[in-house]
Design a protein around this ligand. Structure first.
Ligand code: HEC
Length: 156
């Protein structure tokens, strides 16, 4: 009689385990933990570049073109752009607040204005970092910290 009741307790205990959630159901819990770890471990830099590419394709490609070469005399190039490479922070400022000044990019003068493109610093940094590292550009990165003092002006 004693033996039977011990056996019953073991079976009952085993049945209770998977349903009790917080208990020590070892197999199920460890699988869940691995999945969770993988989600957290996605490289933040990679995430930013994916976001940057998405913004580029959505907003910039129409003028600066899929190959980053722009349109001669109308939209300046971002690929191999001496003007862009000279000042990354200025580029963040330009996508946040637009630009309407005459500029010389790789020896060609551009005068058309560019309206503001994005409305927050994280998106501006993501798209500029994407541009700085696409089409053969290898110009490093700018951080959110470096641009946080840029004020977002009125949309136009
Ligand atoms: C409507 C067309 C248009 C769109 C859309 C546009 N731009 Fe521009 N962009 C321009 C023009 C025109 C200039 C030159 C502005 C000036 O002379 O003040 C420029 C200048 C620039 C410059 C500085 C010059 C250079 O070539 O290095 C950067 C950087 C830039 N754009 C990045 C972007 C990014 C990134 C996006 C998308 C988020 C974007 N632009 C969307 C038209 C556009």
């Amino acid at each position: 009689m004693k033996k039977i009741s011990i056996l019953f307790l073991i079976i009952a205990g085993m049945m209770a385990l998977p349903s009790c959630g917080g208990g020590e159901a070892p197999a199920e819990k460890s699988t869940a933990a691995v999945v969770e770890e993988k989600v957290i471990e996605i490289d933040p830099m990679e995430q930013m570049m994916v976001r940057g590419e998405q913004i580029y394709k959505e907003k910039c490609v129409v003028c600066h073109q899929a190959n980053g070469e722009g349109i001669l005399h109308a939209f300046p190039p971002l690929k191999d752009s001496d003007y862009l490479f000279a000042d990354k922070k200025r580029a963040v400022q330009q996508v946040l607040n637009g630009s309407h000044e005459e500029m010389v990019v790789n020896g060609i003068t551009y005068t058309a204005p560019m309206p503001p493109q994005v409305d927050n610093h994280a998106d501006a940094v993501a798209v500029i970092n994407y541009v700085l590292n696409s089409w053969g550009n290898e110009e490093g990165y700018i951080t959110l910290e470096e641009v946080k003092d840029i004020e977002i002006g009125p949309r136009w």
